[in-house]
Write a protein that binds this ligand. Structure first.
Ligand code: ADP
Ligand code: MG
Length: 323
C-alpha cells in the first residue's frame, strides 16, 4: 500500500462549484461559484496542507453536447471524450484563475507556485458492465415529458429522473482504475503547485495492446476517479464537497438522518442496504469506502459552503478506518 501523507488533502468539487440551482449559467455565475470553491482551497493552503483538486463536469459536458447537437448542420459534432476534454480546459481555467487570485488576495502566493490544470486521461475497461447500463447524469434538467420522449426517439439519448426533480440525460459511467498522468501530477505537486486533475472524472480511455490508448464515449464519475488519483498520490484526506451537508440515511423520506462520524464498516453496511442511489450519493460513498479500504486516513462528504469545516472534521459525514 502507498504511504499516506497526513499533510496532503484531495478535494473533489461537485457541480455547485460552477453552477448552483437557480443560476442561469452565465460566466458571472461560473466565476462567483468558482470563487466560493477557491476560498475553501485557499483556506486549506493557509493551514499548511498541500492540495490536489478534482471537479465534476456533468452539466457542462451535457451543455457541450447540446451545442454540438444544435450546430451539427454547420460544424461536425465531436465525440463525448473530446467534449470531456473541452470541459477540463473550461473548468480548469475557471478554477486555477479563481484559486490564483484568492491566494494573491490572501498573500499566500509565496507558499505555492499557483494553480495548474492538467488535461488528464483515466483508464477504464472495455468489458465494464456500465457500457450497457447508463447511470451518469449529464446536461440540464427537463421538466416536459413529451420533450424527453422526443429527444429519446430523435437522438437515442437515455433519460432518468433526477433525485432533485425533473429528467436528465444519462450516459455510461465505467469504473476507473488508473490515472494515466499520475506521475506528472506528482511532479507538479512536489514542485509546489496546487494541481487540478482528473477533471470530470478524467477523459475515458482504454488500454490496448502495445501500450496504446483509445478514447471512449462515456463520463467517468469524478468521485470514483478522484479516489483512484488520491490513492495513487498517497493523500491522507479525501474530501468531497457538494450541495448537501452530508450522506443521509433514508434521504428525502420521513426520519431522514445525517451521518456524522462513521467507520468504514458501518458505511459499507448502509451502502449495501441501498441508502445511496447510483449517479449521485452512491459513488461518493463508494469512493470514500474505497479510499479508506486502500489505506486512506479519513474521507468526508459535506457542503461546499461549509468546506473549511468539513476539511477540519467538524461538519459533514466523516469516514474513518475501523478501530
Ligand atoms: P455533485 O455534482 O456534487 O457530484 P450529485 O448530484 O452527484 O452532486 O450528488 C449530490 C446529490 O445527491 C444531492 O443533491 C442529493 O439530492 C442526492 N442524494 C441522493 N441520495 C442522498 C443521500 N442518501 N444523502 C444525501 N444526498 C443524497
Ligand atoms: Mg456527482
Amino acid at each position: 500500500m502507498v504511504q499516506r501523507d497526513e499533510r496532503l488533502v484531495f478535494v473533489a468539487l461537485g457541480g455547485n462549484a460552477f453552477q448552483s440551482i437557480g443560476d442561469r449559467g452565465t460566466p458571472e455565475d461560473y466565476w462567483r461559484n468558482a470563487l466560493t470553491a477557491a476560498e475553501v482551497i485557499a483556506s486549506i493552503v493557509e493551514e499548511g496542507y498541500r492540495v490536489v483538486v478534482t471537479h465534476g463536469n456533468g452539466p457542462q459536458v451535457g451543455i457541450v453536447s447540446e451545442w454540438m447537437e444544435h450546430l451539427k448542420s454547420k460544424i461536425p459534432p465531436q465525440t463525448l471524450d473530446i467534449a470531456g476534454a473541452m470541459t477540463q480546459g473550461w473548468l480548469g481555467y475557471l478554477l486555477t484563475q479563481a484559486i490564483h487570485n484568492t491566494l494573491a488576495d490572501k498573500g499566500l502566493l509565496s507558499r505555492v507556485k499557483g494553480a495548474i490544470a492538467v488535461v488528464n486521461r483515466v483508464a477504464v475497461r472495455d468489458d465494464d458492465p456500465a457500457w450497457s447500463n447508463p447511470t451518469k447524469f449529464v446536461g440540464g434538467w427537463y421538466t416536459d415529458e413529451s420533450e424527453v420522449e422526443r429527444l429519446s426517439k430523435e437522438k437515442g439519448w437515455v433519460f432518468k429522473k433526477d433525485p432533485r426533480g425533473g429528467w436528465r440525460r444519462v450516459v455510461p459511467s465505467p469504473d476507473p482504475y488508473r490515472n494515466v498522468e499520475v506521475d506528472a501530477v506528482k511532479t507538479l505537486l512536489d514542485s509546489g503547485w496546487i494541481v487540478v486533475a482528473s477533471g470530470g472524472g478524467g477523459i475515458p480511455v482504454v488500454e490496448m495492446g502495445g501500450g496504446r490508448l483509445v478514447g471512449r464515449e462515456a463520463v467517468i464519475d469524478k468521485d470514483l476517479a478522484g479516489e483512484v488519483l488520491a490513492t495513487e498520490l498517497g493523500a491522507g484526506h479525501f474530501i468531497i464537497l457538494t450541495d448537501v451537508d452530508g450522506a443521509y440515511l433514508s434521504y428525502g423520506r420521513d426520519g431522514a438522518q445525517k451521518l456524522g462520524k462513521v467507520t468504514v464498516s458501518q458505511l459499507e453496511q448502509y451502502y449495501r442496504e441501498g441508502h445511496f442511489p447510483p449517479g449521485s450519493m452512491g459513488p461518493k460513498v463508494l469512493a470514500c469506502i474505497r479510499f479508506i479500504r486502500h489505506g486512506g486516513l479519513r474521507a468526508a462528504i459535506g457542503h461546499l459552503r461549509e468546506g473549511h469545516d468539513v476539511v477540519r472534521g467538524s461538519k459533514g459525514t466523516q469516514v474513518f478506518p475501523d478501530v
